[in-house]
Design a protein around this ligand. Structure first.
Ligand code: KIV
Length: 261
């Protein structure tokens, strides 16, 4: 059963919230089958799937394409769609673009930074919003941890509070000291979702490519549950050598049982 944003709010303090990013239909299908209650179609897609150096190259059309694919794979999961760089530059532009993401299949949208008037505007028009503070890759100069001086920690804590006060139903805390995430989580009434923010957040999000071991760099705070890049290498080498030796397709039994193809 698909969770409404209010169901997610009720999970605060009751049950840890698991969230994975997803960008494609078959991966979304697997994540839904596993019972993960929320997927984030993040603009990380630009870096982990499209080969860009930053998330700033991602467009609203890219997001519509990926949200559509994820929705086709996961009809019954709450999907959050990221508003990419500058597509939320003012309240009206943000509303037009948020509607496009909802039309593509998202249930809610995520906005980076303390853009309180924009968050409020979307909520007034019926669009549930997730906030994001700490490291905010759309505007960050580096991917280093944020919030480790007292003034930075105060700024991040203030931003989280402002995001809640503007009406967001959940907030992502990215790459901040664990103790800061703990105090923000205690201070807010909405769930906090951590990525590199320690165990005390109300939930955790992982980029699916990091979890799969798909790619060639993974942040130190992520965990690889598989080594899919190694599997790809192994499969491609095996296939190519079997074509060379003519073992493939000569030694396979003809398979006609798959009705879909
Ligand atoms: O774009 C994204 O995938 C994100 C997560 C890293 C939280 O914002």
């Amino acid at each position: 059963m698909k969770l409404h944003f209010q169901d997610l709010v009720r999970m605060k303090g009751a049950k840890p919230i698991a969230m994975l990013t997803a960008y494609t239909c078959p991966v979304a299908r697997g994540i839904e089958k596993a019972g993960v209650p929320v997927m984030l179609v993040g603009d990380t897609v630009g870096m982990v799937e499209m080969g860009f150096d930053s998330t700033r190259a991602v467009t609203i059309e890219h997001m519509e394409y990926h949200i559509g694919a994820v929705r086709r794979g996961a009809a019954n999961t709450h999907i959050i769609g990221d508003l990419p760089y500058r597509t939320d530059k003012d309240p009206e532009t943000a509303l037009i673009n948020a509607k496009r993401l909802i039309e593509a299949g998202a249930d809610s949208v995520k906005i980076e930074g303390p853009k309180t008037s924009i968050i409020t505007h979307l909520i007034e028009h019926g669009i549930p919003v997730v906030g994001h503070t700490g490291l905010t890759p759309q505007t960050a100069k580096s991917f280093k941890q944020v919030g480790n001086t007292s003034s930075e920690a105060k700024r991040v804590a203030d931003e989280a509070q402002e995001i809640q006060d503007a009406g967001a139903f959940m907030v992502v805390l990215e790459h901040i000291p664990y103790s800061l995430a703990t105090s923000i989580t205690r201070a807010l009434s909405i769930p906090t979702i951590g990525i590199g923010a320690g165990p005390d957040c109300d939930g955790q999000v992982l980029v699916i490519n990091d979890a799969l071991g798909l790619g060639d760099y993974w942040p130190p705070f992520s965990k690889q549950y598989a080594q899919v890049s190694e599997t790809i290498l192994h499969v491609a080498k095996a296939f190519s050598s079997e074509v060379a030796s003519m073992e493939f397709p000569n030694n396979i039994i003809q398979f006609t049982g798959n009705k879909k193809r």
